[in-house]
Ligand binder design. Structure first.
Ligand code: HEC
Length: 101
């Protein structure tokens, strides 16, 4: 995992399950999540290596948690909706996304 891409208390295995239950794959191609491979959003493979989130803000844990909880708060015109992700779920999802190198 690249330096600085660590989420305290995040459980990547649970995050993987959560991504599917929130339905993130309807908009994103996500490694290991079968079924629809959405093309509305960018593919999330190698996300741990990406420098920016949505090309706007630095890809670091605190910012990623805020993005997952409420993307329009960071980028009012983004097509990614507020999915109602809780802080605890965002931690696990972020830990999972940072396992994608
Ligand atoms: C309705 C479609 C849609 C859904 C559902 C959705 N996203 Fe997104 N997502 C997007 C779009 C579009 C972007 C690109 C944002 C932008 O450029 O404004 C994005 C961007 C992202 C990014 C930043 C990617 C990057 O490389 O910059 C992450 C991480 C992400 N989404 C994770 C998730 C997760 C996790 C879920 C499920 C909780 C989810 N998304 C659900 C549409 C969606």
């Amino acid at each position: 995992m690249p330096a600085g891409r660590q989420v305290a208390d995040g459980d990547p295995a649970r995050g993987h399950v959560l991504v599917r239950s929130y339905g993130c794959q309807t908009c994103h191609a996500i490694p290991g999540v079968a079924g629809v491979k959405g093309v509305v959003g960018p593919p999330l493979d190698r996300f741990a290596r990406r420098a920016m989130i949505a090309g706007l803000v630095p890809n670091e844990p605190a910012v990623l948690l805020r993005w997952l909880e409420n993307p329009p708060q960071i980028s009012p015109r983004t097509a990614m909706p507020d999915m109602g992700v809780s802080r605890a779920d965002a931690r696990d999802i972020a830990a999972y996304l940072y396992s994608l190198e």
